[in-house]
Design a protein around this ligand. Sequence first.
Ligand code: NDP
Length: 480
Amino acid sequence: MTSLFEYAPAPESRSLVDIRPSYGLFIDGEFDDGTGTPLKTVNPATEEVLSEVATGSTEDVDRAVRAARRAFTRVWGPMRPADRGKYLFRIARLLQERAREFAVLETLDNGKPIRESRDVDVPLAAAHFFYHAGWADKLEHAGLGPAPRPLGVAGQVIPWNFPLLMLAWKVAPALATGNTVVLKPAETTPLTALLFAEVCRQADLPPGVVNIVTGAGETGRAVISHPDVDKVAFTGSTEVGRSIARAVAGTAKKLTLELGGKAANIVFDDAPVDQAVEGIVRGIFFNQGHVCCAGSRLLVQESVHDEVVAALQRRIGTLRVGDPMDKNTDLGAINSHPQLERIRELVAAGDAEGAQRWQPEGELPARGYWFKPTVFTDVSPAHRIARDEVFGPVLSVMTFRTPDEAVAKANNTTYGLSAGIWSEKGSRILSTTAKLRAGVVWANTFNEFDPTSPFGGYKQSGYGREGGRQGLAAYLKGDA
Ligand code: NDP
């Protein structure tokens, strides 16, 4: 798309990665072909097939779980915690050393801008391993009992929006607490998980401690329902989360679910407008809006609505949408065609229900999956675009008059993952935060992540926390 300024192209080099024509499953420290029908993974910015990736069948998942159980019983469980920590440090350092390679591969497979994979996804993934490496030999000081013990084998299923980062959120705490892992990446973004498998080998991680079984939903189902899995961790849609909760109910498996969101980003009339606009943009257009905690509902105090919306539109007009490998790109490609269709359907519902749609001028690339940054005004809380998770670059703007009305509207959702508040008054921020039913509340910022800070939701956003001391509890016996 054209913008105020023309930039010279600044493409990151693709030659930093060596994508193989095909990849296998990573089980017991070895790659093998698996017995399912392989899947193709494509670059969503070009629709080019990047590679063919094995699909794990029920038998393959069973092999992976058996390998994880063996590794847990013989090696990883009995290992001195300080030694486990050394492996995690080693993995963290290798992620840093190979950061550019990971960033390029993530951008090619996922469609997100290289600026984000380079500056956010990969550094944060390494930070999760560093943070949890530090915990490995200090678990008795985590406030979770005098001698916390691992659960055993963790079955983990992750989505496509932050492929490497979600892997780190799942694998790092599991390993630090002495568990072993069978992880299923999303069907459309398996490549960085397979590069991570190579890092595990490079770090000399004992075979079977981490197993990566690629495939579609069926493979995920086999992982979570395997009888010898002790712990299930899932991030993804609320619908699949519900089906997993049903599958796990009545078993001894421990479960954490990190599901969808429909976060309110609340702008009070005393907020500095330019700063708030940056936060609104970051809240909804970061990672093309494929973010469970995206600030997808903008609640603006009525008296500043027109000013904020005008400033927001001006700012959006300067965003660069296009080649994710270009270092100047702000919005990359939508991850898959089905996701693009889902976004289109919800945007059409917004039009049909009478909201006012605004999109910037300009053309989108001819090939690949793209959607323009979109702002809906005149949105009513009953509209689908105000209730359903769009998981795309689509913002719904609503107004409020009083702080109580802001809180009521913010909480008027089936979700409860995150929220944002923009105000100059600390007292107003604190009093509003206390009334919001959201797991994470950002004040005068949005979409900040840190491994020391627990993340998770209320209501249909799931249960359990990831990160921080609280995140360790999900992988240990005897927590509350
Ligand atoms: P899913 O919930 O289907 O996918 C998440 C992960 O679960 C993927 O690895 C998926 O495999 C796997 N999976 C699918 N079905 C099952 C099952 N029955 N048992 C176990 N694992 C399963 O999300 P989608 O990719 O279909 O996205 C749909 C919508 O979900 C999005 O539009 C968005 O609204 C929401 N979403 C929310 C996320 C969040 O972080 N809150 C993340 C991703 C999506 P596979 O990739 O092969 O489908």
